[in-house]
Design a protein. Sequence first.
Length: 149
Amino acid sequence: MQSDFTTFRSFTVSDTTQLIDLWHVCGLTRSWIDPQAEIDAKCAEDPEGLILAVAADAAGDDRVVGSVMAGYDGHRGWVNYLGVHPDWRGNGVARRLMEEAEAYLHARGAPKINLQVRRGNEGVLAFYARLGYVDDDVVGLGKRLKARS
């Protein structure tokens, strides 16, 4: 199912269905998260920061095989929704997506990148460690401003 040719580009509206499907396959969604709302919010603020890995399928059509959402809040860069389709894992796609996200954030002036990994996701923690990310010895806190649906 793989091709040797993968391109990296910003999201377009025509990618919506494939991107949502990818997030589901990668386990990036939760019952209280509306993926369409996440995409809409990102595109309203910073559409170029939603970066995709795209490969041609057997028919020559673009297939979204990976994604990362990068954003800069004026203080830190943030990375969310890094995911690669299981058929494409182990081929450097996630590493390349992170390189794209890092370059994107660096160009916007971000001095540092923060990201969060769900507890127990040791494989993902090991992936980020190989890329040079370290545990900042902080506790992530959150507060919902909108009720879960």
